[in-house]
Design a binder for this molecule. Structure first.
Ligand code: SAM
Ligand code: SF4
Length: 333
């Protein structure tokens, strides 16, 4: 492989230095916006082994990727995931190792995650009411997630952010309670607009999706917000709450396209390198990893070449463009 290529730049001049690596499509929850109730998951032979996931992460860091977010499905349900996380934490060149989790197992794993080198952690929570939490997650227990959040605080990660998907008819009256919960603990919270990834089986997404503009207006009835200068290499737009250390993020893929600053790609647990959340452009890394005739350099070469097909943007709800059929747990959130 040519020595000069150690950066990933696409045809729109965007420098890719962030990957979201899905370590499983499985989960101990079945959130209504993410999965159907009777999900079938991939057979073991189709998912990347922990060693293959490591080789993918290594190839990306050798190509200039500085930040890896582990996601899924629920990363913490993958057997022996800690052994992978420990190896990733020691990868040369990696500056940030992040995790997105439903929090249900953090009471057990938070200290080990911190020691393995996880810097920041996002914990999803859509309701503070146990009954309602169960309705949204279908099977999750609120008390486990609350215990997980406390364990993460005790482990002193550099940053903890809650993620909440606000949906009309489910939890739109919880914008203030969730915000207060985060503010009281000096942690951040991001509100994510529900995205049309695959079909939701319990509702029509066009009826439930709440714009972040609406969410922000609700918060502004109670708190004074300042546009924050905090810049993160992600799609969130942050605001600061006056006189509070916490930031509030708004991830608005439906009402605002953040594609021009896109610096990331996703790798699904099947080894599909997805160039865009809202499009199907991808290449198959698993084929390369499992072909004995192919080397680590071939893997890197394929990743570099994939930059040519990274789409300029996504077109959620645009009837003139095909919509993704893959659910979020298959995409890697
Ligand atoms: N299981 C982990 C969790 O829930 O945090 C990680 C994977 S999950 C797919 C990552 C994030 O995607 C979560 O914050 C979840 O709320 C969000 N998510 C899932 N489906 C979504 C959808 N259709 N629209 C918007 N966000 C979604
Ligand atoms: Fe599981 Fe996360 Fe999807 Fe909920 S959002 S079903 S916790 S993967």
């Amino acid at each position: 492989m040519s020595e000069q290529v150690n950066k990933l730049v696409d045809n729109f001049g965007r420098h890719i230095d962030y990957i979201r690596l899905s370590v499983t499509d499985r989960c101990d929850f079945r959130c209504v916006y993410c999965m159907t109730e009777d999900m079938t998951f991939l057979p073991r032979s189709e998912i990347l082994s922990l060693e293959e996931l490591y080789l993918v992460a290594k190839a990306f860091t050798e190509l200039g990727v500085k930040k890896i977010r582990l996601t899924g499905g629920e990363p913490m349900v993958r057997t022996d995931v800690m052994s992978l996380i420990e190896k990733l934490g020691a990868l040369p060149g990696l500056e940030e190792l992040l995790l997105t989790t439903n929090g249900a197992q953090l009471d057990k794993y938070a200290p080990a995650l911190k020691s393995a080198g996880v810097n920041r952690i996002n914990i999803s929570i859509d309701s503070l009411d146990a009954e309602r939490f169960k309705r949204i997650s279908r099977v999750g227990k609120l008390e486990k997630v609350l215990a997980g959040i406390e364990a993460a605080r005790a482990a002193e990660f550099d940053r903890i952010r809650l993620n909440s998907v606000i949906m009309r008819g489910y939890n739109e009256d919880e914008v203030i309670p969730l915000t207060e919960y985060a503010l009281d603990r000096n942690i951040d919270i991001a509100f994510i607009e529900e995205m049309p990834l695959g079909e939701a089986s319990d509702h029509d997404r066009e009826d439930t999706t709440c714009s972040n503009e609406w969410v922000r207006n609700v918060i502004e009835e109670k708190y004074e917000l300042l546009n924050s200068t905090a810049k993160t290499a992600g799609p969130s737009r942050y605001v600061q709450v006056v006189n509070k250390p916490s930031c509030i993020g708004f991830i608005s893929p439906v009402t605002h396209n953040f594609c021009e600053d896109c610096n990331r790609v996703r790798v699904t647990v099947e080894g599909r390198l997805l160039l865009c959340l809202g499009n199907e452009h991808s290449i198959d890394l698993r084929d390369i990893l499992r072909d004995e005739a192919k080397s680590h350099d071939d893997l890197k070469q394929a990743i570099v070449a994939s930059m040519d097909i990274k789409p300029e943007r996504h077109y959620f709800y645009d009837k003139d463009h095909e919509q993704p059929v893959r659910l979020m747990n298959m995409t890697g959130g």
